[in-house]
Design a protein. Structure first.
Length: 420
């Protein structure tokens, strides 16, 4: 069973040192796997449930069975992969085996910027067997695959994830319809998984800012719309009164996480042990420029970027608008502008200790969201797919790029980003 867990974390745990060494031998000019899995907020929530053990039908059972269909596997694989890399994964289910293919965009190799990898896991007489483990054009002999995977995992930051999973997974079954795991899940294991999945987030800081979020809401006049600026200004102001020796980057990450989860109507308590959950805030709609959607787009992109996911955040926002152009309300440059501003905001808040402290001082004094989000309500929106194709052709066209340039110029002119 350790073999299965090693394979799962292989897709995520490749150290950057190894990537540098292999850069000119196994990389490619083009990704083998394109990201066709548009993750909705519901999909992301489903991925989190899968990854922290909440997707079992009986949450109280000690011995659990988790059945993951193809869509579940692809959602979880792409969500988790993009926590660490800009990449995409594709899972193919067959009888008694599955094939996982993935592509990672490397930050340092501009000639061949993609690392393509794949492996097959088969279930033979109840024993998992690895075959066809590939890195680019290189196929590793099956006899050496286990040692290679174990070495990668043991020398990566994800070794603690692997150890947690290895001690609890008991059996697996693979069919054309689903991947089924049986595992032991105790309260201690659940708490450990929650801690790991928060990526060393400071729970004390989250609780502190959640408390002050609740206090801010208690003093809010319900006759007025609740502005995103009101929440952010109040929490950044509190950050100045915290101990000066605290890491300002982690403080700002906690502020964005608390504000983001509240704005998106997500429960912060899910990150805490049950007996230590902070006070829950009564939800009010959060606005920017009299629009709820702008506030949500802005803060969700900032939130994703804060957890080292800027590339995924930007791509997800663009794909979301393209999807809306096909099946939803239509493509919106307004929403896309909010996405890009959120990414810029998160970068300014967490890029370095100096920029993080500067952000705290500046945000504590703002009077409106114009300080960090420009008025882009005159940009086109509700563009259906045929109209988008007719005018902009694609996201690589000159016309589309010109719109992005105008958006970025407006964002750069905001007071928060001056001099950065």
């Amino acid at each position: 069973m350790l073999t299965v867990v090693r394979l799962f974390f292989f897709a995520l745990a490749t150290p950057l040192l190894i990537l540098f060494l292999l850069a000119f031998y196994v990389t490619d000019k083009h990704p083998r796997v394109e990201n066709h899995w548009l993750l909705s907020p519901q999909d992301i929530n489903r991925a989190r449930m899968i990854l922290n053990g909440q997707a079992s039908p009986d949450p109280l059972a000690t011995l659990k069975t988790l059945r993951l269909e193809k869509k579940d596997l692809n959602i979880a694989a792409n969500h988790l992969l993009n926590q660490y890399f800009n990449g995409a994964a594709q899972v193919h289910l067959k009888e008694n085996h599955f094939r996982l293919e993935g592509s990672i965009q490397l930050p340092f190799n501009h000639l061949n910027p993609y690392l393509n990898f794949a492996f097959t896991l088969s279930n033979q007489n109840g024993k998992p067997t690895i075959s066809e483990l590939t890195l680019g054009p290189l196929t590793l002999p099956n006899d050496h695959a286990n040692g290679f995977l174990e070495g990668l995992i043991n020398h990566s930051d994800l070794n603690q994830y692997y150890l947690l999973a290895a001690h609890h997974i008991r059996t697996l079954a693979i069919s054309r319809d689903a991947f089924t795991l049986t595992y032991y899940w105790t309260p201690k294991a659940y708490a450990a998984a929650q801690q790991l999945l928060t990526h060393s987030t400071n729970l004390e800081a989250l609780a502190f800012y959640q408390h002050h979020l609740v206090q801010t809401l208690k003093h809010h006049d319900r006759n007025w719309r609740l502005s995103l600026a009101t929440l952010l200004q109040a929490l950044f102001k509190e950050s100045l009164d915290r101990a000066p020796d605290l890491d300002p980057i982690k403080e700002n990450q906690a502020i964005i996480m608390v504000t983001g989860l509240y704005t998106l109507q997500q429960n912060l308590a899910a990150l805490f042990p049950k007996n230590a959950a902070p006070e829950k805030a009564k939800y009010l709609s959060v606005f920017m420029y009299q629009r709820v959607d702008m506030a949500k787009h802005f803060i969700s992109s900032a939130l994703l970027s804060t957890v080292n996911n800027a590339a995924f955040s930007q791509r997800l926002g663009q794909q979301k608008e393209l999807h809306d152009g096909t099946a939803g309300k239509g493509f919106s440059f307004i929403d896309l502008a909010a996405n890009r501003a959120g990414i810029r905001f998160a970068k300014a808040a967490t890029d370095s200790e100096k920029s993080a402290r500067r952000m705290q001082k500046t945000m504590a004094q703002i009077t409106s969201y114009q300080a960090f989000m420009p008025d882009v309500r005159d940009f086109p929106e509700n563009i259906k797919a045929p109209a988008f194709k007719l005018k902009y052709h694609s996201t690589t066209s000159t016309a589309y790029r010109q719109q992005l340039q105008l958006i970025d110029q407006k964002i750069a002119a905001c007071a928060i980003y001056q001099g950065r």
